[in-house]
Design a protein. Structure first.
Ligand code: C2E
Ligand code: MG
Ligand code: MG
Ligand code: MG
Length: 278
């Protein structure tokens, strides 16, 4: 009996391998061609200043609509892109696409900032600063219009070149944000070592403000800490008016989330631009 069950389990495992390995391989091949086949898009999600009641900028979020697989989530394909060394190409593409869109806003006198997520590999590029400078000058965008978001896990393997990149980018006038603060390993030590302009509170904490005393305590501690270090605080994943109200009471500076607006395609944003003007 036990032997049969054991064999059955092996069988299932084997079947999974058979179906998953080719899937992953096909996904990898599709991703290699995603840029050249123009399957990537940049979408934008608004950030909202709670005191001013105004849009301050947009986070650029990559979208991949594969002809073979349909829409694939960034959480799934960014990790694959890192492994395959495709992330530099995707990251460059995103940086330029985001700057190009931001430049069209600025030309219409909407001086919104654009935030771009960086991957760990990009952070280590020795020419990251030149790439960023090039993107800004190609699109005639001031450095203050750009913010770059990093997560703690990306800083985990950080070296001296990463510290150099971060300080040089800030010297240019590009803003740096620490994304998903508190979900990694040793967040506090990074705040000691690196300077950031913005702290982003992850949606995992925001989601539980209504019901969970601990989440609320953690958020208000994060806000106090950030303000002491001269950072502004953005709460992510704000979905309800109650969360908005609590965050305002807790002196949070900005919010981002479905309550304010879902990510939308760049063309859509331009079409509905009036919606975002104060
Ligand atoms: P992130 O940078 O923390 O981005 C916020 C994520 O939360 C986005 O997911 C966004 O669509 C989602 N979100 C926004 N508001 C809400 C809300 O009210 N409720 C909920 N439940 N979710 C909300 P998305 O676009 O799927 O991206 C997931 C992650 O993938 C990002 O997390 C970021 O780490 C990564 N990513 C996205 N675009 C890029 C990129 O261009 N480069 C790199 N390296 N990573 C990217
Ligand atoms: Mg982000
Ligand atoms: Mg985040
Ligand atoms: Mg995230």
């Amino acid at each position: 009996q036990a032997k049969q069950e054991g064999r059955g389990r092996v069988q299932i495992y084997h079947d999974e391998l058979q179906t998953q390995a080719p899937h992953r391989l096909k996904l990898e091949n599709a991703l290699r061609k995603a840029i050249s086949q123009a399957e990537l898009e940049v979408w934008f999600q608004p950030r909202w200043d709670i005191r001013e009641n105004a849009v301050t900028g947009f986070e650029a979020l990559v979208r991949w609509h594969s002809s073979a697989f349909g829409p694939v989530k960034p959480d799934e394909f960014i990790a694959i892109a890192e492994e395959l060394d495709l992330i530099s190409d995707i990251g460059d593409w995103m940086l330029n696409a985001a700057c190009r869109h931001a430049a069209t806003w600025w030309r219409q006198n909407h001086c919104w900032r654009v935030s771009v997520n960086l991957s760990a590999k990009q952070l280590k590029q020795t020419d990251l600063v030149q790439r960023v400078q090039q993107a800004l000058s190609d699109h005639d965008l001031p450095a203050c219009a750009l913010e770059l978001e990093l997560t703690e896990s990306q800083l985990l393997t950080a070296s001296a070149s990463v510290a150099d990149n971060l300080s040089q980018l800030r010297a240019l006038g590009v803003r740096m944000a620490l994304d998903d603060f508190g979900t990694g390993y040793s967040a506090f030590s990074y705040l000691r070592r690196y300077r950031f302009d913005t702290l982003k509170i992850p949606k995992e904490f925001v989601a539980h403000t209504d019901t969970d005393v601990a989440s609320e305590a953690i958020i208000s501690a994060m806000i106090a800490l950030a303000h002491k270090l001269d950072m502004i605080v953005v709460a992510e994943g704000v979905e309800t008016s109650e969360q908005h109200k609590r965050l305002r009471q807790m002196q949070c500076d900005e919010i981002q989330g479905y309550f304010i607006g879902e990510p939308l395609a760049g063309e859509e944003l331009l079409r509905d631009i009036e919606e975002f003007i104060g």
